[in-house]
Design a protein around this ligand. Structure first.
Ligand code: ADP
Ligand code: MG
Length: 692
């Protein structure tokens, strides 16, 4: 039966309407979609280890015979299904939780089986939980896949097994449908990439590990390359986009320089020059400002805003939380009212006076507005917005950035990240922006001495804290949750209880305060103010204090259940201390069980204060999708590339694509013909969506 690339997948032999529906769920609608439905991994029939040689944490493929199986627990509880296999040198247990009857049905004593998975210990036995597996077919049922040594493993959905997918993929590939090449010969040559059709065949039906890596490389390169082409075009566009030309009037900015109690670091001076150059030029600034916690980004953004204001514009700061917006507001107001400038705060919801502030923003009476995403509401109109600072920006989604931009006419934009951004993300998520990096800390900044301890040694920490308190210092104690969790297994330290307990026991002599996200804004402000003014010695808090808060007399950051926090979060929290002249400390309290990843996080914190290093480790542990904490980060969904693992390919793809766009923006050159076709078809539209 013949079918074409763009035919509905339903017409491929072995599919039919029912399976077509399931395949649609996987995003496979046409024959071509199926060809680009890549395996997530491979299972090798040539097992690399005997059971007797396996070690814990090995990723291993093992071949053996099924010697038995059983099911434990009722259907409504957490049911366990176990399969026992042996290869003559030892036994291993395969384990599934909540097995489906379809799964159980497949096992038969005496059959040969190949498994792939991570070797673990469970109740003193070697075990693999939820392994990939393949039951070896009877010899007489010889088929194409029975002959293959390497089997592809696909992302699945209930009702579509690897066997089914392999059969369908085999049927499609046997038709030898040819796709048009999408990468020009000269690129394939210089980058050593397989031709498209060969790569498509090999990625599904590899004969060797080399086939797997070569075909994978082709698609990884292609995916990253087209993304970078798009970013290169966007960047060129930003540079062409007309904006305001500001002039150095030296009124407010010079005054600020005189008022500063310190001199800028060389890195700050360099970065400020880069920003000023952008603002003077007639194009719109789109610049990412990054630097470690405490490197002094905020003061740089104030310079930029004052430059806009002395040119007759308004400026705005968008912060990720109300508490941070409020904090910015108070520190800026105090500071800038000396300049005769009007600074206002705009929060969400309805409250007294809000309408008046909005009117003053619209009439131009307000010089600087600080807010959360409340700033991008439809009914907020600026008189003449010339400069936007988007603070701690990785908490906002792309769409939020987009609508914020539309508020002003063509404002300059400065995007500030809370923590350093790993290079792979700077090249992708922020790949169209100009980047300024403050890679130097103010001179007084000292390392924050960091250690982690097990929860049973907490009393030692309290003794240490008491000493610091008696020296006149202040302390943060961070707890992860506000109230006792409904689930007793998740016995997290509870801020409210911790507060009550500490207040009445170890820190009875001191003033203990409580701060959490469910308090009203006014209450939160009052507490933060009291802490700043040293009316509170020990502040027990949830992670609401994570960003921006600046109390230089606080010298200890103690984090309860530190094993549950992500690395950048820990680093952010640690950055709340070490902001003054005194030596500062960060104590991470860990509760059993501490997972492998958690141990890496705790040790990384102990070993380094370098935010750039920490963010790289964080990205490695969590993967790009989770790195931002939210999925709505604007990171494009990659089909095959992993920007951390494939970083060298990413660098190559970026270099080449930027060279090409520099010389041939519209890809009109004959040798870029293939690129132009694919770009027009798939990327031109995305170019508009993927926007700031
Ligand atoms: P970031 O926003 O990068 O985390 P901040 O701008 O909040 O850092 O700066 C941290 C602290 O260091 C602030 O109290 C700030 O006033 C101070 N600071 C900034 N730049 C300098 C400098 N060049 N010398 C001394 N102190 C500085
Ligand atoms: Mg900051």
């Amino acid at each position: 039966m013949a079918f074409q690339l763009h035919d509905n997948i339903q017409f491929v032999p072995g599919v039919g309407p029912k399976r077509a529906k399931l395949l649609n769920k996987l995003g496979v609608k046409t024959v071509k979609d199926l060809l680009f439905y890549f395996p997530r991994d491979y299972l090798s029939k040539i097992s690399d280890k005997r059971i007797a040689d396996l070690k814990i944490n090995d990723m291993a493929s093992v071949k053996g015979r099924i010697t038995g199986f059983d099911t434990k627990g009722s259907r409504f509880q957490k049911q366990q299904f176990r399969v026992f296999i042996s290869d003559g040198t030892g036994y291993i247990t395969l384990m599934w939780f909540r097995p489906t009857s379809w799964l159980i049905k497949q096992f038969e004593i005496g059959k040969e089986i190949i498994i792939l998975g991570k070797i673990q210990y469970y109740y003193n036995k070697l075990c693999v939980i939820h392994p990939d597996f393949e039951i070896v077919q009877d010899k007489e049922k010889k088929s194409f896949w029975v002959e293959q040594d390497i089997l592809p493993l696909y992302p699945l959905t209930e009702g579509i097994s690897n066997k089914i997918l392999r059969k369908i993929v085999g049927n499609v590939l046997s038709q030898k449908l040819l796709l048009d090449e999408t990468l020009p010969e000269y690129i394939r040559q210089t980058q050593q990439l397989l031709p498209l059709n060969e790569a498509l065949h090999k990625i599904h039906i590899p004969d060797s590990d080399e086939d797997i890596s070569a075909s994978r490389k082709r698609f990884v390169f292609e995916e990253l390359f087209f993304l970078e082409l798009m970013l290169a075009r966007k960047k060129v566009n930003w540079h062409k986009a007309s904006g305001y030309s500001m002039e150095l009037k030296k009124t407010y900015t010079t005054k600020l320089k005189k008022l500063l109690p310190f001199t800028l670091t060389n890195a700050q001076k360099r970065v400020l020059n880069e920003i000023v150059e952008d603002m003077r030029s007639p194009h719109q600034m789109n610049r990412l400002l990054q630097g470690d916690v405490g490197s002094g980004k905020t003061i740089i953004s104030i310079f930029a805003m004052l430059l806009a204001i002395e040119n007759g514009f308004q400026a705005a700061i968008m912060a990720p939380t109300e508490i941070l917006a409020t904090q910015h507001y108070f520190s800026l107001k105090e500071f800038l009212e000396n300049f005769g400038l009007r600074v206002e705060l705009l929060l969400g919801g309805v409250y007294a006076g809000k309408e008046d502030i909005k009117a003053a923003i619209e009439s131009g009476e307000v010089d600087i507005v600080i807010g959360t995403h409340s700033l991008i509401q439809k009914d907020v109109n600026f008189h003449k917005l010339g400069m936007i600072v988007i603070d701690e920006q990785h908490r906002f989604g792309v769409m939020q950035r987009l609508s914020f931009t539309q508020k002003g006419q063509t404002p300059d934009k400065l995007i500030m990240s809370a923590t350093p951004i790993p290079r792979s993300l700077a090249l992708t998520v922020y790949g169209d922006l100009d980047v300024s990096v403050i890679d130097e800390l103010p001179p007084f900044k000292k390392e924050i001495y960091t250690n982690w301890i097990s929860s049973d040694k907490k009393s030692q920490v309290y003794n240490f804290i008491t000493k610091q308190l008696d020296m006149g210092r202040q302390v943060y104690i961070v707890c992860p949750l506000v109230e006792e969790s409904e689930k007793p297994i998740r016995q997290l330290a509870d801020a409210t209880n911790t507060y009550k307990e500490l207040q009445s026991t170890v820190f009875k002599k001191y003033n203990v305060g409580l701060l959490h996200g469910r308090m009203h804004n006014q209450e939160k402000d009052d507490i933060m103010h009291a802490f700043k003014e040293h009316k509170i010695d020990v502040l027990v808090s949830t992670t609401v204090i994570e960003v921006g808060i600046d109390v230089s007399n606080a010298t200890i950051m103690m984090i309860e259940h530190a094993e549950r926090f992500g690395l950048s979060q820990l680093h952010q929290l640690r950055g709340r201390v070490g902001r003054g002249a005194h030596k500062s400390y960060c104590v991470l309290v860990a509760y059993e069980p501490v997972s492998e990843d958690a141990l890496i996080r705790l040790n990384t914190m102990k070993e380094t204060n370098d935010g750039f290093r920490i963010s790289e480790v964080d990205l490695e542990l969590r993967g790009p999708g989770e790195f931002f904490g939210t999925k709505q980060s604007g990171l494009p969904a990659f089909r095959i590339a992993n920007i951390v693992r494939d970083r060298p390919v990413l660098e190559d793809a970026r270099k080449l694509s930027f060279e090409i766009i520099q010389n041939d923006y519209n890809l009109d050159d004959e040798r870029n013909r293939e690129l132009k076709e694919k770009y027009k078809k798939y990327y031109l539209k995305r170019e508009k969506l993927f926007s700031y």
